[in-house]
Design a protein around this ligand. Structure first.
Ligand code: MF3
Ligand code: CO
Length: 260
């Protein structure tokens, strides 16, 4: 069941997404060699709570962190841990914040110091594919149009798309209908309507698309252990227009010239 939102509800979504975006900016300041992923998680948790929000991942289905932390071959749902980031790593920070009953969901994959050129290119293409997906998200189009836009963009560049995990509707719950896959055919899937709020989140691998879920039941990594990148925005369709409710502007402030 897809819950379409009123303009008032979308305004509340926007506020939740604003806090989510600011949280990501706070975490960005800590992405550097020697910092543990646990430290980044606690920075986020504290910032969210200080600002009246709730870290929605914490305790969700038993998830142990406030943020999902995705180092190198981790695709999604990595646990914060005692691992210290190393020069050359990449790390995806995926955060969901609930504020006033609504959720914002976003993710950004960062290089830690200087990272391999091929991995930089993977991250750039993945981020671009997110915007291709958003461009295809229009009132009257279908979810498959988003999926196809993402898939076509990344596969043309020789990367592969993870199929087992996808984006999703979002609102009072972090995960609502519809599912938003990153692969599929144009003109298929649910119709995109006014009031729809969805999280679009391409997960793109340098090697094969195959994944493995670790024994903890959560951590999803590439089977070939090659790196994977992940970017996510929450978007809303309102008055016939698609608005990106989350923003990477706070990340950009931190990264400066390194924001590509
Ligand atoms: N953006 C992630 C997702 O949609 C957030 C998951 S939070 C978790 O799957 F608690 F489920 F890990
Ligand atoms: Co999500």
């Amino acid at each position: 069941m897809i819950y379409l939102k009123t303009p008032e509800e979308i305004e509340l979504m926007r506020k939740a997404c604003e806090l989510t975006s600011r949280t990501l900016g706070e975490m960005a300041k800590w992405v550097k060699p020697g910092v543990t992923t646990h430290k980044i998680d606690s920075v986020a948790k504290e910032f969210i709570l200080d600002n009246g929000g709730r870290p929605a991942c914490l305790g969700y289905g038993g998830f142990p962190g406030a943020v999902c932390i995705e180092v190198n071959e981790t695709v999604v749902h990595g646990f914060p841990s005692t691992y210290s980031l190393r020069e050359g790593d990449i790390v995806g920070l995926d955060v969901v914040v609930e504020l006033n009953g609504f959720n914002g969901d976003m993710c950004y994959t960062f290089p830690v110091g200087e990272t391999d050129e091929r991995v930089m290119a993977l991250m750039k293409a993945t981020k671009e594919s997110l915007y291709k997906g958003i461009e295809a998200c229009k009132e009257g189009a279908r979810i498959g149009d988003i999926a196809n836009a993402v898939q076509t963009y990344v596969e043309r560049r020789g990367y592969s798309v993870v199929r087992e995990m996808c984006g999703h509707g979002i609102g009072r719950k972090m995960h609502e209908d519809p599912e938003v896959p990153n692969y599929g055919r144009r003109g298929t899937g649910p119709l995109i309507k006014n009031g729809m709020c969805i999280a679009i989140e391409p997960m793109v691998n340098l090697g094969s698309r195959n994944i493995v879920i670790e024994e903890d039941g959560w951590t999803c990594r590439t089977r070939d252990r090659k790196p994977s990148a992940h970017y996510e925005h929450t978007v809303a369709v309102l008055g016939g227009e698609t608005r990106i409710l989350t923003t990477f502007d706070y990340v950009k402030e931190v990264l400066g010239d390194k924001f590509v």
